[in-house]
Design a protein around this ligand. Structure first.
Ligand SMILES: Nc1ncnc2c1ncn2[C@@H]1O[C@H](COP(=O)(O)OP(=O)(O)OP(=O)(O)O)[C@@H](O)[C@H]1O
Ligand SMILES: O=C(O)c1ccc[n+]([C@@H]2O[C@H](COP(=O)([O-])O)[C@@H](O)[C@H]2O)c1
Length: 199
């Protein structure tokens, strides 16, 4: 039962390798549409569905997420997925968030269309829907449809579409191409300072 005084907390999980404006616009738009009090960005520790490729160090991805969200008073970053040993499963993220914030907080897990389409392959998928409402956002190149997820627990929303991916940002850095304006300025500077994505 939803109480009108319940706190509404958004959770934006991602590998954020690196974080880009597509992530930030999706979180901002969902916060507006669902009247969220806060959106917590949760960088993955060990993203098991990306195990076939090299992922930047968790501390670099965490720090980039902090830099990118620092100017928005409604955005924050959590280390819970980075600090938990083993592969990162959203069921664990949601259980931990529920424990931290208690029953007076409604949880909204924010994903892009690609992640939503794969959600039934996630660990303990059925249990996740008892812990949070899921919000799937449009993403260029990915069709936004309901892939048989539980009715009433998933909302599909149109957000201003930004054709940006972390893969493209990494490829551009590797090729010596600019990523200015695809990511916040501080992220361009952090990537240069740490020499990320050059190999
Ligand atoms: N441009 C975008 N618009 C809307 N949602 C996005 C966009 N980019 C990523 N997302 C969503 O943000 C979440 C975290 O994404 P992730 O960190 O994997 O970024 P990515 O750009 O998909 O990375 P990669 O290209 O390395 O796979 C996922 O739910 C993903 O669907
Ligand atoms: O729980 C799972 O099995 C699971 C499998 C793949 C992805 N996720 C979560 O989905 C979010 C986006 O993941 P990614 O890999 O697209 O960055 C992030 O919070 C991941 O932990 C979760």
């Amino acid at each position: 039962m939803t109480s009108s005084t319940a706190r509404r907390l958004g959770i934006m999980g991602g590998t954020f390798d690196p974080i880009h404006h597509g992530h930030l616009v999706a979180a901002s738009e969902v916060a507006h549409l669902f009247e969220l009090d806060e959106v917590v960005f949760v960088p993955t520790g060990r993203p098991w569905q990306k195990s076939e490729r090299k992922v930047a160090a968790a501390e670099d991805r965490y720090l980039m997420t902090v830099i990118a969200t620092a100017s928005n008073p409604r955005f924050s970053v959590s280390r819970i997925d980075i600090d938990r040993p083993g592969p990162t499963y959203t069921i664990d993220t949601l259980r931990e968030m529920r424990q931290i914030h208690g029953p007076g907080t409604e949880l909204f897990f924010i994903t892009g269309a690609d992640a939503l389409a794969k959600m039934l392959t996630w660990r303990n998928a059925a249990d996740m829907f008892t812990l949070a409402h899921f919000v799937g956002c449009t993403r260029p190149g990915h069709h936004l449809s309901d892939p048989g997820l539980p009715k009433g627990r998933v909302s599909l929303v149109e957000v201003p579409a930004l054709a940006i991916s972390s893969t493209e940002c990494r490829d551009r850095v590797r090729a010596g191409e600019p990523i200015w304006y695809l990511v916040p300025d501080g992220i361009v500077q952090y990537i240069n300072k740490r020499g990320l994505y050059r190999d």
